[in-house]
Design a protein around this ligand. Structure first.
Ligand code: HXC
Length: 264
């Protein structure tokens, strides 16, 4: 599949079942234009539809940025009515968060600002390079986060830090982001892609239906009460016990061999 502003590579760098999607406008610090938006949705839809692909990694081209935000030049003279009538940016959430049921990882390799930070937070988890910088600097432009930043950042790092970042536009470095639980771990920039692909390959080697179920359960913790979430977890667990991969997984353990997954 060929794109103008991104690249998408199934079985990336020899990692079977892992799709690497790269934002590829390094001169504009991978700013998220409407073309990027459409192409990302197409790439994620293809990843979701391809039965051979089990986990994706999203990163940014170049050494400076994952994505420095929504494209300010494109937004600067757009009338308010168009933002409202197009329901600007709602498609990201519906496609990247809801339609994409398979797991995916954000490998943040520099600036993740505004929409870039929000995009990273839509991933199932974030791995950061040591030069990563996260921020919601929209206040400096006379606006505010519009793609979930005020909600996801607050849930991830708590009110005080999220509030301070939104009100001051301050960027948070990688070490602080790890301490604040925004990212899983920090690795040297040169090792970031290999680390994220390795993590994705590990996930891709697991029983695929169980991977989707685990993702669904953890995400439910953000949407449900504890009681509802625990009931939902129990029901999904019970459904998984009927799967062929459960029979295979338990037999493989007892027979001391690797499981061979069917994804059913
Ligand atoms: C369009 C951008 C851009 C952006 C950078 N560029 N960020 N273009 N949209 N968000 C472009 C610059 O215009 C410049 O192009 C080139 O990338 C390099 O950027 P510089 O500013 O020269 O680099 P540097 O001095 O290193 O500063 C890096 C930076 C700064 C600190 C990241 O670029 C910056 O502050 N960017 C904006 C960050 C931001 O405010 N993001 C939030 C956007 S609003 P030229 O052609 O001049 O070389 C948002 C809202 C989401 O995301 C919700 C909407 C609903």
């Amino acid at each position: 599949m060929t794109f103008e502003t991104i690249t998408a590579e199934p079985n990336a760098q020899g990692n079977s079942g892992v799709t690497l999607i790269t934002l590829n406008r390094p001169k504009a610090l991978n700013a998220l234009s409407s073309v990027v938006l459409e192409e990302l949705i197409t790439a994620f839809a293809a990843f979701q539809a391809d039965e051979t692909q089990k986990c994706a990694v999203l990163t940014g081209a170049g050494e400076k940025a994952f994505a420095a935000g929504a494209d300010i030049k494109e937004m600067s003279d757009k009338p308010a009515a168009d933002f409202y009538l197009d329901d600007f940016f709602s498609k990201w959430t519906s496609h990247l968060v809801k339609t994409t049921r398979k797991p995916w990882i954000a490998a943040v390799n520099g600036f993740a600002l505004g929409g870039g930070c929000e995009l990273a937070m839509m991933a199932d988890f974030i791995i950061a390079s040591d030069n990563a910088k996260f921020g919601q600097p929209e206040i400096n432009l006379g606006v505010a986060p519009g793609m979930g930043g005020s909600q996801r950042l607050t849930r991830a790092i708590g009110k005080s830090k999220a509030m301070e970042m939104c009100l001051t536009g301050r960027m948070m470095g990688a070490e602080e982001a790890e301490r604040a639980n925004l990212v899983v771990r920090v690795v040297p920039q040169a090792d970031l892609l290999a680390d994220a692909l390795k993590s994705a390959a590990t996930i891709a080697s697991k029983p695929p239906m169980a991977a989707i179920a685990n993702k669904e359960m953890v995400n439910a913790a953000f949407e449900m009460t504890l009681e509802q979430g625990v009931i939902m977890e129990r029901r999904i667990f019970q459904i998984l016990t009927a799967s062929e991969d459960k029979a295979e997984g338990m037999a493989a353990f007892i027979e001391k061999r690797e499981g061979k997954w069917k994804g059913r």
